[in-house]
Design a protein around this ligand. Sequence first.
Ligand code: TYD
Ligand code: MG
Length: 459
Amino acid sequence: MARTLFACTACGHASPKWHGRCPSCGEWNGMVEEPVPVSSNAGLAGSLGAGRGASRRRVAAVRAVPLAEVKAPRHARLETGIGELDRVLGGGLVPGSVVLIGGSPGIGKSTVTGGALGRMAAAGRRVLYVSGEESAAQVKLRAERLGPDALLVPVIAETDLDIVEATIDAERPEVCVIDSVQTLSAADLSGPPGSVGQVRAVADRLMQVAKGRGVAIVLVGHVTKEGALAGPRVLEHLVDCVLQFEGERERTYRTLRALKNRFGSTDEVGVFEMGERGLEEVEDASSRFVAEAARAPGSVVLCAMEGSRPLLVEVQALVAPSELVPPRRVANGIDRNRLALVLAVLARHAGLGLGGSDVFVSVAGGLRVDAPGADLAVALALASAARGTSQGTPERPLAPIGEIGLSGELRHVAHPDRRLAEARRFGLDRVVAPESDRTLRAALARALGGEVTEAAAAA
Ligand code: TYD
Ligand code: MG
């Protein structure tokens, strides 16, 4: 009898053989190989639903408990020793939990997890690094760059899930990193490592290992730029915490944010910089970005909130006459749709139509700011670029704090006081905000003086 079956991820239909298109619901490419559950005594037939309704298991009901009476112990945390990582995790790793760190290849996942294990090993914790991608020698080469702590970490280069599980049993680590989840494979599945079925089976088993033995497991997962790769995405609902590593490989800044966290908030962001000795934490990111800001036309310092932390980042815009129809709209670090919205409001309510110009907007350092709180800064950067004049004065640029409404009004953003305090800390004591300017038109007039038009931009 077959020990695996293929189940449709859309409707759950199971079949002993693979179909490109699910015979039940017609979904394409949704069939995933899964082991036949051992508990199902009906075997394949049971899984296929043939025995449905035939015989019900006899079980006793359980008593429902009011939440107030539920005992919820405070989770002990294992601090990783990397402050930015601990903050994103909500204070450290929770024993028995599974964390998935996703990110594109080369972003620094192995570096940060290796560094964290090193610090924990130096603090006397039992750790284990499972490398499925690199040989132990390659892992050592990286560890040498990271410093003496990283060399304390015990490593195995292994891709067989059973062996990994046996090793965790024998070594009894408190924290184990699996780099990466896509390289491990379960012997009872025929699919190649990294296929949806394999990745799910591996994660399922490691979840049981984590819960059963109280070990915190960190799964590293590669995500392509499109995030389409079969892999981490299918695990998001399984694991306790999903961290996403972002940034461009060519740039030095990296951000780490939680997309999901059962043990903490999801709006903390860690900022790192890739250096000679691995990823360094950037604790005072604002001062870094403000110092690097070009006080030139098209440049605006935005006071964004990254979780509970205000963060000053530079937004740059370039507006140039276009030869293309439609003209170019390039957005780096901000959402394309927000850029489209800002351009539309500028044209409709602030007298600045840029329909004949190419427009480029980017957030310096390869960072991403997606919140609508960036609207006003983007608008100001665009207007300043179109005009060819700096906003405010070079010594006293303005700090925009506001969101733009569809009718051209400025709207309040969350935590204005914290943003303001952060801006002041860096000498940006003049702000453009809904408190002082009600509309985008008024804000632009104050920041740039006079009216801004595309004709001025072309001149
Ligand atoms: P890596 O952690 O291997 O990325 P991932 O596991 O996400 O694929 O590291 C990626 C890049 O970082 C690699 O190109 C080399 C660079 N790097 C440094 O610049 N400095 C360092 O100290 C280390 C360890 C790596
Ligand atoms: Mg790696």
